[in-house]
Design a protein around this ligand. Structure first.
Ligand code: HEC
Length: 289
């Protein structure tokens, strides 16, 4: 019964989800972040090299450019209704307040009657408050070499205002708890041509594919690796990408059809993963390998 429900949900995530996203070749996974690595985790030469490079890059983090653009877009009156998000969008901390909002999502929003991650919430505001068309946003939701969608800048701006704050997904809220439990079941749900689940690759410690360490999303430290650095400037391709993109791309790794952008299913998975990282410090938009 439960199996069927989760299966249906995964299928639902895909319905109507044929939006344009050029799947990039899976690139290398970023190394363990600065949180003290467990002694058992050995770093190969490529990982060490990347960490050195990233440390240098972070001095002038390219993500900041996107934050700046996002700030301008947040504050500017835009869309068919000609209102700004700063004067209309409530991310859970009050209208227009961005400080600390990112680390407290996903959360339940009564006005939308849904649990929403940051990106989904901002899209909701763009549609409901500014009058943009959802289908137009969802047609090109992620950056490529020639184009960065407004939503990516906006998410990066909002995320930047949670820098050095602790992840605090409100798991005590029953609606959020329910989303968490569903996300947990989805992470364990096996299907597709290879009978993979998220947990096939991300459900135990020390797994690797090629040179990439695959974080165990069921543990606090592993989940934090899946949170840290997103949204992130991906050195592979030189584009700024968000958590929504990361989830979609892992559906592809799993040989599932691409999930629908900003769907319930993605929000549930993010609630599970980010919720597992509760209490840990988020360092802001970063750089990914
Ligand atoms: C076939 C194995 C495989 C499956 C199944 C898989 N992933 Fe992944 N995942 C990867 C690989 C490989 C990477 C690193 C990719 C990269 O850096 O380009 C990754 C990266 C990630 C990251 C980013 C980690 C970081 O350090 O930032 C997250 C989060 C993630 N996966 C979540 C999921 C979720 C959720 C699912 C289920 C919907 C899933 N993955 C299914 C292989 C998989």
């Amino acid at each position: 019964m439960k199996q069927n429900f989760i299966g249906a949900l995964c299928a639902l995530a895909v319905m109507g989800g044929a939006f344009a996203q050029t799947p990039k070749k899976p690139a290398a996974k970023p190394a363990a972040k600065t949180a003290p690595a467990p002694a058992a985790e050995e770093k190969d030469a490529a990982t060490l090299e990347f960490e050195k490079f990233r440390a240098e890059m972070e001095e002038s983090n390219p993500a900041e450019l996107f934050e700046m653009k996002g700030e301008e877009q947040w504050k500017t009156k835009r869309g068919p209704k000609n209102v700004s998000l700063a004067e209309s969008c409530d991310l859970g901390q009050g209208v227009g307040k961005v400080e600390g909002a990112y680390v407290k999502m996903p959360r339940y929003f009564a006005d939308a009657d849904a649990v929403m991650d940051a990106e989904r919430r901002i899209v909701w505001c763009m549609v409901e408050k500014q009058g943009f068309k959802f289908d137009e946003i969802a047609a090109k939701p992620f950056a490529n070499a020639n184009f960065t969608p407004d939503i990516t800048n906006l998410v990066t701006y909002v995320a930047g205002h949670s820098r050095n704050m602790k992840i605090a997904v409100p798991l005590k809220d029953p609606k959020v708890r329910e989303a968490y439990e569903t996300g947990k079941a989805m992470a364990a749900y096996r299907a597709g041509p290879y009978d993979f689940s998220c947990n096939t690759c991300h459900g135990s410690d020390g797994k690797r594919i090629r040179m990439q360490n695959l974080p165990n999303l069921g543990t606090a430290a592993g989940a934090m690796k899946g949170v840290q650095g997103w949204p992130g400037y991906r050195m592979t391709g030189g584009v700024m990408l968000t958590h929504q993109w990361r989830m979609g791309d892992c559906f592809r790794q799993q040989r599932f059809p691409q999930p629908k952008y900003a769907s319930d299913a993605i929000a549930y998975l993010l609630t599970y993963m980010i919720g597992n990282a509760n209490g840990q410090v988020y360092k802001g938009p970063g750089i990914k390998r």
